[in-house]
Design a binder for this molecule. Structure first.
Ligand SMILES: Nc1ncnc2c1ncn2[C@@H]1O[C@H](COP(=O)(O)OP(=O)(O)O)[C@@H](O)[C@H]1O
Ligand SMILES: [Mg+2]
Length: 415
């Protein structure tokens, strides 16, 4: 079973409610937006939803991170991807040929299979705009954003457009564009249906739900979060190959917050720890020590990458790091409480906390700040601020693991 990248087929578990909602909203052309931390299963839901739509639909997928955020490159990859999916759905394009469609000439040649003069002329116009010495960025983006609708009209079939990591689209504002305004003005009149997704919870949320945003009021937001206990049990059982004792499932569920990626890794490593023998508490602890606490672990690697990326985005990274140290070792606290620990004024800290909420490191609730991802908090406390900064702990890794195992056993037994 996969632990990274979207899951398909029988590996896909749960999410029935959101899938049913998406299908209903597609029929009504109610645009949707899926929001969730990295690896919570947004792309998996999108791919599943593409297949779930009734057969007359032509479902297309585009990940904004496929293109570097330069308007002409965005336009060619966007148009190429959408064309690829429309052909692929009809058995006219091979799965592996997607990247070739990013080349407009290739896309134009493949489009001939659709036998539509409208589409051919549309692509010709795109080519003409791109050939000018001074490319009109606004014009090329408008052509890109309008392409799904052009296909809907030309082929007389409903088109669904799934745009992943949508928040990155605003990077094109660097070219003097108001990308969101443009996107809205083109898409609001369409009969194509849009479903967006992205990993920046705060940013994407503000893009679709802030009154000042051009997209305000157009999108139904869905939070793609952790699984409930029942779905978690199913994922664990599938990952391990057989049912585990209920107390073990409880421990894994609580530790992972039900997030499917963490569930998959911990369950898989737990099964591996006993090599076919009986799964007990010690096996779960061994899995956590290996995957979360040890620097080479799958979850440790993921957390480090996420943390470094987020820290780079937050301002005042030294102070941010202190804040993360404090909150990973303590209960959620107010700005005043955090300020006291860091030794700075509450006003100064409040600004930094705000930025950290914007990068999803922290969540603000009931006037208190806490670390958004429970596993990241654990990794910070038990690995990052403990082992990764301490060369001796790494040199004597076996000893360190023994210590951690003991600490975890106590923590789990006392909870
Ligand atoms: N519905 C699901 N069923 C089973 N596992 C899932 C599901 N959704 C996510 N996962 C697990 O999480 C990982 C990341 O999923 P992905 O869809 O790529 O997340 P995202 O797009 O939010 O980053 C998958 O590789 C898989 O291990
Ligand atoms: Mg994804």
């Amino acid at each position: 079973m996969y632990i990274s990248g979207p899951v398909v087929g029988e590996n896909f578990i749960n999410r029935q409610k959101i899938l049913a909602d998406l299908e209903r909203h597609a029929a009504q052309r109610q645009y949707c937006c899926l929001i969730g931390l990295r690896r919570t299963g947004k792309t998996s839901v999108m791919i599943k939803a593409m297949d779930n739509l009734p057969p007359e639909w032509l479902s297309c997928y585009f990940n904004v991170q496929t293109s570097i955020a330069v308007p002409e490159q965005f336009a060619t990859t966007y148009i190429g991807s959408i064309l690829f999916w429309v052909l692929h759905r009809q058995g006219l394009a091979d799965e592996a040929s997607l990247p070739q469609f990013f080349d407009l000439l290739y896309a134009q040649r493949q489009a001939l299979q659709l036998d539509s003069r409208t589409v051919d002329e549309y692509l010709l116009e795109v080519a003409n705009v791109l050939e000018r010495r001074e490319i009109n960025y606004s014009q090329i983006l408008q052509l890109a954003f309008n392409f799904p609708q052009a296909l809907t009209d030309a082929l007389d079939r409903p088109v669904a457009v799934f745009i992943d990591e949508f928040q990155d689209i605003v990077q094109m504002d660097a070219y003097g564009l108001e990308t969101l305004k443009l996107f809205r003005s083109i898409t609001q009149m369409q009969s194509a249906w849009y479903c967006l997704a992205g990993s920046s919870i705060s940013l994407l949320n503000s893009l679709v739900n802030n009154k000042e945003s051009p997209l305000y009021g157009q999108y139904r937001t869905y939070l793609v979060g952790g699984f409930d206990l029942e779905a978690a049990r199913e994922l664990i059982t599938r990952q391990v190959g057989h049912a585990l004792p209920e107390p073990i499932i409880q421990i894994i569920y609580e530790f992972t917050g039900g997030y499917p990626f963490y569930l998959a890794v911990v369950a898989g490593a737990t099964a591996a720890a006993v090599q076919g023998g009986e799964v007990d508490e010690d096996a779960v602890i061994a899995a956590i020590v290996n995957e979360v606490c040890s620097p080479a672990g799958t979850i440790a690697t993921h957390c480090r990458q996420v943390f470094n990326t987020m820290l780079r985005m937050a301002t005042q990274s030294t102070v941010s790091r202190q804040v993360m140290y404090y909150l990973s070792h303590n209960e959620p606290d107010t700005a005043a409480g955090v300020a006291r620990y860091v030794g700075r004024s509450a006003d100064f800290i409040r600004q930094i906390l705000q930025k950290m909420v914007e990068t999803d490191l922290l969540t603000y609730q009931n006037r208190r700040y806490s670390i958004t991802d429970p596993v990241l908090a654990f990794w910070l406390r038990k690995s990052y601020f403990d082992i990764e900064v301490n060369p001796l702990a790494q040199i004597h890794l076996e000893e360190t693991k023994r210590r951690l195992t003991q600490e975890l056993r106590q923590e789990i037994l006392s909870s």
